[in-house]
Write a protein that binds this ligand. Structure first.
Ligand code: BGC
Ligand code: CA
Length: 353
């Protein structure tokens, strides 16, 4: 089948699906599917950069739960095809080709290499399948290539700023943080993957809060541990013999790496400095409650999944996406971050991140 034929076929299938979904909604819970008719099927392709990522796997679980809830409420079937890119852009491109070949109605892509989005946008446009990027933000020019492209995520600089504010508060309120009493804050930085927007902006904005507030800082070390707990533990183990007693604050671009740093200190039997992360994953909130992790910043995976589901439904039932989610510059949905410390950890845990 030629590309044009397949793409116009997929277009008409999707508008047919839209019509069926609308009818289901209009007729209410009892209407459409009476007499044993199958509920209409909504096919959603979900391509992940790596399923082996604590934050991403939790986000996908939220998406799967929401799909089950919407199936009940709308009397439709939602088929999520989740693919693991294994941190390889070539693999992910092949997976997206496969999802397009399966005639999915919407594509959700957590892109491996955020500079490689243009080719994906062009593939989606050619097949006329709306495309939702999430968590890993392509450059603005790529998002602007087609009107049916969206990005759902949180503003990286906001998480950096909130993390910096947590550290500023502890520096100003507790003289013990300045271990060597020299009035300068000595820190190390555990960075996520190079080139990721959250790595670049969290690293810059967290420290900017301190320098803007007039605090003198000294960076003792900083390296990427690719978002991973094990890698972060190894890095910190390498730093400890030389820097151990000098480190006053450990900034980590995410919680998994902060927990890796804590593992290294625990194993070495050393007193922990102030350690801060981002995400508010369940193990991080546990660590915070145990008095190890000083603070974190809630990265709202649940909210991201909800906004994605709202967009998916709007894009396929013929309604206006702008009525379903708060769209900024026609393409973006931004979820807010939230600082988490011992003071509010229980309420955050109750809301089930
Ligand atoms: C999260 C990290 C995660 C990364 C994956 C970030 O927003 O904070 O924990 O590994 O996204 O892209
Ligand atoms: Ca000091």
């Amino acid at each position: 089948m030629s590309r044009t034929t397949r793409s116009s076929c997929s277009r008409s299938c999707r508008s047919l699906l839209g019509l069926l979904l609308c009818l289901t909604l209009l007729l209410g819970m009892s209407g459409c599917g009476s007499g044993g008719d199958e509920a209409p099927v909504l096919r959603v392709g979900v391509a992940l950069y790596s399923q082996d990522d604590t934050f991403i796997s939790a986000l996908v679980q939220h998406l799967e739960r929401l799909a089950r809830e919407e199936e009940q409420q709308r009397q439709i079937q939602i088929r999520l095809s989740v693919m693991d890119g294994g941190s390889n852009q070539t693999t992910q491109l092949e997976q997206v080709d496969r999802l397009i070949g399966q005639d999915c109605d919407v594509l959700c892509v957590n892109i491996v290499d955020r500079t490689a989005a243009a080719v994906l946008v062009d593939k989606a446009e050619e097949a006329d399948i709306p495309l939702i990027f999430f968590n890993r933000q392509p450059v603005a020019e790529d998002i602007a290539r087609w009107e049916q492209v969206y990005y759902v995520g949180a503003r990286a600089e906001e998480s950096g700023t909130l993390q910096g504010q947590l550290v500023l508060r502890s520096w100003l309120s507790d003289p013990e943080v300045d271990r060597n009493g020299d009035g300068v804050l000595q820190y190390v930085m555990l960075e996520g993957e190079p080139g990721h927007q959250d790595t670049l902006l969290r690293t810059a904005y967290s420290v900017k809060v301190l320098t803007d507030a007039g605090v003198s800082v000294e960076k003792l070390a900083g390296e990427s541990a690719s978002w991973k707990r094990g890698q972060a533990m190894l890095k910190v183990q390498q730093w400890l013999p030389e820097l151990g007693e000098d480190i006053e604050v450990i900034f980590s671009n995410n919680d998994d790496m902060a927990l890796g740093a804590i593992d290294a200190y625990r194993e070495a039997g050393l007193t922990l400095p102030v350690v801060v992360g981002v995400d508010a994953t369940e193990p991080a909130l546990e660590s915070l409650r145990n008095g190890e992790l000083y603070g974190t910043v809630l990265n709202d995976g649940k909210g991201i999944a909800q906004a994605m589901m709202d967009l998916i439904l709007a894009l396929t039932d013929g309604s206006d996406p702008a009525d379903a989610v708060e769209l900024v510059e026609e393409h973006y949905v931004w979820l807010p971050y939230r600082a988490v410390t011992l003071a509010n950890v229980d309420s955050v845990m109750d809301s089930g991140t």
